[in-house]
Design a protein around this ligand. Structure first.
Ligand code: MGD
Ligand code: MGD
Ligand code: MO
Length: 727
């Protein structure tokens, strides 16, 4: 496949028309895309009451290929009952993520018991009875409750409440495999775990750092903002071991000029080694310090820890910085020079920063750099973690975490007149480990693909096999349904956001709460998430009379409760009638008054981590997304921007290919300390920094060790030491 020279462009537009045709016409697709629902894919956020394809600033059309893919997937026909007879578990296990996704929409509850060869359809009543029976037979702390960031605030709120009333804090979400390091790092620096700016601030900045992310594929709408910044004469500095095509040149489909001629995105592109960011960021700070380009009075007035940090910077030798980042001094200075002359700077980052054993330190190093020049706590500058799922931030806000904030716990207890457990809850990896030890009996997954998103797939599968019961609430089939099986596994089909009978809400990464109207159901069979959860609550806990589960079927009443319980969410109470979407208070810092107890920010000093020492035949592997997938859901095998037509590949720099004596498309086995993958094609890829290689998640997860960042418990999905051998 010939690589394209720019991201976006005509191919994105042609794709749109093709997708529309596939699902029954342009009108059907247009109607679906324009309905008043928050976009289903990433957390950049669009849609809601301003209508689909509109962002919070009212700009239209804001559309990207992956939102069309997600929409088209939800518009698929239902999986017929015969499918379950015709496909054994062994068949499902042999299917690729893409084949599973394109099997159709889940429309009836299905069950597979240990020893059975197939899933079989069961009634909703039978499914509920089985779940209730198992949950009654075990201690509450023998269960866990996993949430993907695809569900609504309402569903998230009620399910976490149900789990706690049942008696456990083993409540967690996919953020533990995603941006948890950002939440922990930001909270330790500025006292709030989310973006410090709103969209408008970004649009006024004159320098944007894009660190460890590939927004051309994963957050395409960010590209039109980057385009505008470049057009105004602003700069974009990219830090990424891979020269990602779309970050070099992008054709913004909604802009005729950009579409025809393309827009240059990066003004400076720096390629560290995987895991080299902490050293690199420290180097940039050291140079700013040497240039005396820092804001001394800001640091003194509004920050703690400045002197210690400055001492550490001054003591860290340049040789160590260059060696551990893989970036020569001149390039570090070039970044510092640009930073020193910019007036309004925004720092964006994604998984290249968080998916490391030192993820929190990476985030703190970004915050240090920003604080150093007073780039946090005023308009048009700040910190912007580019979040993943469309509502991952919202479910975290409404209580889907193992440890509730003190005020939320207090408010929940007084609002519902209940006493909730205070025993420590497990995070996501903690649940997998406890299940593997045999300490857990049952798991309940609201969306997502817990198996597919896990490191060490063999371990994940084994952990799940040791459970009595696993319940999945999903819209479509995924690898978890084939490989993540307990003694008894139940899949419950749910409605997608735009099929909900009642309105729901979502929170974007800019802390903006949107209202989704829902819409007509596309299939008989799937149920609303809230309805399923309320029914489970009534059947499991109804007799204790603690909660009126009937009212928990009504999203308006759930929002009343959220408004009373979650500080900042007060305005959600009447959003169903006022339709007034809103910005959450206390998260955006337009003045140097931070969310910490005394209002000051904190700088953190770090020792630089060693990059893993590589023997001559070893390389560092990153596991990433292609342009044709959304997490574990693969829509297409192509990775357009990286010029790949298949996924069973390992992308290697030509110099490394030569050194290892490999030829293009040779079959190889990739081995890590955790596992190995055979029959992989070795592909020369000159856009990656030599010494580093790239493979696609989730297929490569058999290679990913269970190493986590001790501070955030986020797995190190990037930076795995591998050996690549012929055959
Ligand atoms: N189309 C699409 N959109 C998505 C998703 C999707 O799967 N598909 N997923 C959503 C979710 S949940 C998330 S979290 C986001 C993920 O968005 P991204 O973080 O952009 O996703 P990854 O594919 O993990 O890409 C990581 C990027 O970091 C770089 N990288 C790897 N290691 C390092 C490193 O050590 N340092 C630096 N500086 N860079 C590194 C890689 O080269 C790659 O460009 O996207 C969201 N949006
Ligand atoms: N090696 C490696 N592993 C990784 C990563 C990586 O970069 N490398 N990235 C990590 C990251 S950032 C994340 S966020 C996790 C992703 O982890 P998850 O969020 O657990 O996984 P997804 O693949 O997004 O979930 C896909 C499923 O969600 C279901 N779904 C879709 N819409 C809805 C809905 O409206 N309601 C419900 N109930 N279900 C729905 C569909 O059935 C689909 O199969 O993976 C992590 N794992
Ligand atoms: Mo994510």
């Amino acid at each position: 496949m010939r690589p394209v020279k720019s991201g976006g462009g005509w191919r994105a537009i042609v794709y749109t028309w093709q997708k529309a045709r596939d699902v029954g016409g342009v009108r059907a697709m247009w109607r679906a895309m324009r309905s008043k629902n928050a976009c289903k894919t990433c957390a950049l956020g669009m849609g809601g009451q301003k209508g689909g394809m509109v962002n919070e600033r009212g700009s239209f059309p804001e559309v990207c290929k992956k939102s069309l893919q997600a929409m088209a997937a939800d518009m698929q026909p239902g999986i017929p009952a015969s499918f379950w007879r015709e496909h054994t578990l062994a068949n499902l296990q042999a299917m690729s993520p893409r084949q599973l996704e394109t099997s159709g929409r889940l429309v009836q509850p299905v069950l597979v018991e240990h020893g059975a060869s197939n899933y079989r359809p069961i009634s909703w009543d039978e499914a509920m009875e089985r779940v209730v029976k198992e949950l009654r037979a075990i201690a509450a702390d023998q269960s866990f409750w996993y949430f993907s960031g695809r569900s609504s605030n309402e569903a998230g709120f009620v399910l976490q409440l149900l789990a706690r009333l049942y008696g456990t804090n083993n409540v967690n979400n996919c953020s533990y495999y995603c941006h948890q390091a950002s939440g922990v790092g930001l909270a330790s620096s500025v006292g709030s775990g989310t973006a410090t700016i709103v969209l408008e601030d970004l649009e006024h900045s004159d320098l944007v750092f894009v660190i460890g992310g590939n927004p051309a594929s994963n957050h395409p709408r960010l590209m039109s903002t980057l385009k505008s910044i470049r057009r105004r004469g602003g700069e974009v500095v990219v830090i990424n071991p891979v020269r990602e095509t779309g970050l070099v040149n992008f054709r913004v489909p909604s802009d005729p000029w950009s579409l025809l001629f393309g827009t240059k995105i990066a003004t400076l592109y720096v390629q560290p080694h995987i895991g080299g960011d902490l050293a690199l960021l420290t180097g940039v700070a050291k140079q700013i310090d040497a240039m005396q380009a820092y804001d001394e009075s800001f640091l003194q007035k509004y920050c703690h820890g400045y002197r210690e940090w400055q001492d550490t910077l001054r003591r860290t030798p340049w040789e160590e910085i260059e060696k551990k980042s893989g970036v020569p001094r001149e390039q570090i200075d070039a970044i510092a020079t640009r930073y020193a002359r910019a007036r309004n700077v925004v720092f964006c980052w994604t998984m290249g920063i968080t998916h490391h054993a030192h993820g929190v330190q990476n985030v703190q190093a970004i915050a240090n750099l920003a604080l150093m020049r007073g780039m946090v706590g005023r308009p048009h500058a700040g910190l912007l973690p580019i979040r993943g799922h469309s509502n991952v931030q919202g479910i975290g806000s409404v209580g889907v975490t193992p440890k509730l904030r003190d005020t939320v716990l207090k408010n929940l207890q007084s609002r519902f007149n209940v006493t909730l457990p205070t025993t420590p809850g497990l995070d996501t990896m903690g649940c997998m480990e406890a299940a593997h030890r045999g300490d857990l009996r049952a798991g309940f997954c609201l969306g997502g693909n817990l198996y597919g998103s896990n490191p060490d797939s063999a371990y994940a599968s084994e952990a799940m096999r040791r459970l009595n019961l696993l319940v999945y609430l999903n819209t479509s089939l995924n690898t978890g349904h084939a490989h993540g099986l307990a003694r008894e596994t139940i899949i419950l089909p749910v409605l997608a956001r735009d099929e909900e009978p009642q309105s729901t809400t979502q929170e974007s990464m800019f802390n903006f709460v949107r209202l989704s109207d829902g819409g007509p159901r596309r299939h008989h069979g799937p149920r609303s998430e809230v309805e399923i959860i309320a029914e489970l609550g009534a059947k499991l806990l109804g007799e204790n009379g603690l909660l009126d589960w009937q009212s928990m079927r009504d999203t308006g009443q759930i929002r009343q409760a959220i408004a009373q319980v979650v500080p900042g969410y007060e305005q959600i109470a009447d959003i169903g009638t006022t339709r007034q979407e809103f910005q959450l208070e206390g998260r955006t810092f337009h003045a140097p008054q931070f969310g910490t107890p005394d209002g000051k920010a904190r700088l953190h000093a770090h020792a630089l981590p060693e990059l893993p020492t590589l023997e001559s035949d070893q390389l560092r592997l990153m596991t990433v997304r292609s342009e044709g997938q959304f997490n574990t859901v693969v829509y297409e095998d192509d990775d357009l921007y990286r010029g790949q037509d298949r996924r069973d590949v390992v992308l290697i720099h030509p110099d490394d290919m030569e050194r290892l004596g490999l030829t293009a498309d040779q079959r190889v086995t990739v081995r890590s300390a955790t596992g190995s993958l055979a029959w992989i094609l070795a592909r020369p890829f000159d856009k990656i920094r030599p010494g580093n290689v790239l493979m696609y998640y989730p297929e490569a997860n058999v290679l990913v060790p269970r190493t986590v960042d001790p501070a955030s418990r986020t797995p190190a999905f990037k930076g795995i030491v591998v050996r690549i051998v012929a055959g």
